[in-house]
Design a protein around this ligand. Structure first.
Ligand code: UTP
Length: 301
């Protein structure tokens, strides 16, 4: 019998960050709950995991994130009110978020960084590969990125990242990868640097918020001290895996060319809302008409 690599079954969604780039909106509201049109960002993320067949979702939460838990739970009072009014369409909408996946929670007591948030998932994930989807990062739902990443994990084992070419001006805001080509759209990651100084980036390929990780990353994270910004960086642990495949590597990556949005950044949030609104069958046509007029008058001004 051949030893097939274990399949990815679980998704981890870190959502315990402070969201300081989006204050004051995020003072009392988790940034993952900010609406993209009329759905919170994190619901798109959980939908993406479910669409990729990951029906077990662990959300890493923290202080002030109860709204996330309520959103993926039933709300019997609201459901009863909508049923009494015969508003079945909205009743379906309200139930849908509770039926998407088996959503579990673990709390990160202190937001010590993304690496620490992922480490909080270790008892739930156990010794199997898992996906990480950042709770405020949206990938165009038309792009099967996670599927491609899971196929790469089946092919090579180890861990798989998603990289996007963000150009030399933007790369200093991201984790940056040094890579070797494998084939069209696939690279092997040989090194990683978190937020490189200008001129010191090994490429313009940025790590974006989707990962398929080997459970070996937990041992590495447990030994990873605070890095840039005093936070435990996932990039630092992945760097260890990439440089020394004996620790649980190799690390490969899909080079993603579709649209993605870090909705924790105000400008990207606005772009996400506009794109998602334009695509909608209900509000889209009228919104697109308005947007064309608005853009024309703004250009004239
Ligand atoms: P970010 O760096 O975008 O989140 O982390 P942040 O710290 O909330 O951002 P600021 O304050 O606006 O700069 C990426 C993802 O990792 C999660 C965040 O919730 C987000 O989904 N995260 C970050 C944690 O879960 N725990 C942490 O300690 C840090």
């Amino acid at each position: 019998m051949t030893d097939l690599p274990p399949r990815v079954r679980k998704a981890v969604v870190p959502a315990a960050g402070l969201g300081t780039r989006f204050l004051p909106a995020t003072k009392a509201t988790p940034k993952e709950m900010l609406p993209i049109v009329d759905k919170p960002a994190i619901q798109y993320v959980v939908e993406e995991a479910a669409a990729a067949g990951l029906a077990d979702v662990l959300v890493v939460t923290g202080r002030g994130k109860r709204a996330v838990e309520d959103h993926f739970d039933r709300n019997t009072e609201l459901e009863a009110a909508l049923a009494a009014r015969g508003d079945l369409a909205r009743l379906d909408l309200v139930r849908a978020s509770a039926d998407l996946a088996a959503v579990h929670y673990v709390r990160q007591g202190v937001p010590r960084g993304l690496g620490d948030a992922v480490l909080c998932a270790a008892p739930h994930v156990g010794d199997e590969p898992f996906a990480v989807l950042l709770g405020d990062d949206l990938v165009d739902p038309a792009e099967p990125l996670l599927d491609a990443m899971m196929r790469l994990r089946e092919e090579f084992g180890g861990s798989v990242l998603a990289l996007a070419d963000v150009g030399p001006r933007e790369i200093g805001r991201y984790g940056c990868a040094a890579v070797e080509p494998v084939r069209d759209g696939v690279v092997r990651v040989t090194d990683l640097v978190e937020k490189p100084e200008p001129g010191r980036a090994p490429s313009t390929l940025a790590v974006i918020g989707r990962y398929v990780l080997d459970p070996a990353v937990f041992d590495v994270l447990a030994k990873t001290g605070p890095g840039r910004g005093g936070e435990i960086q996932l990039t630092d642990a992945l760097r260890t895996l990439a440089r020394d495949p004996g620790t649980g590597g190799p690390v490969h990556a899909v080079v993603f060319t579709g649209r993605r949005y870090d909705t924790g950044d105000c400008g990207e949030y606005l772009r996400a809302v506009v794109q998602f609104a334009c695509r909608r069958d209900d509000v889209g046509p009228a919104f697109r008409r308005w947007l064309r007029e608005f853009a024309a008058s703004a250009a004239a001004a």
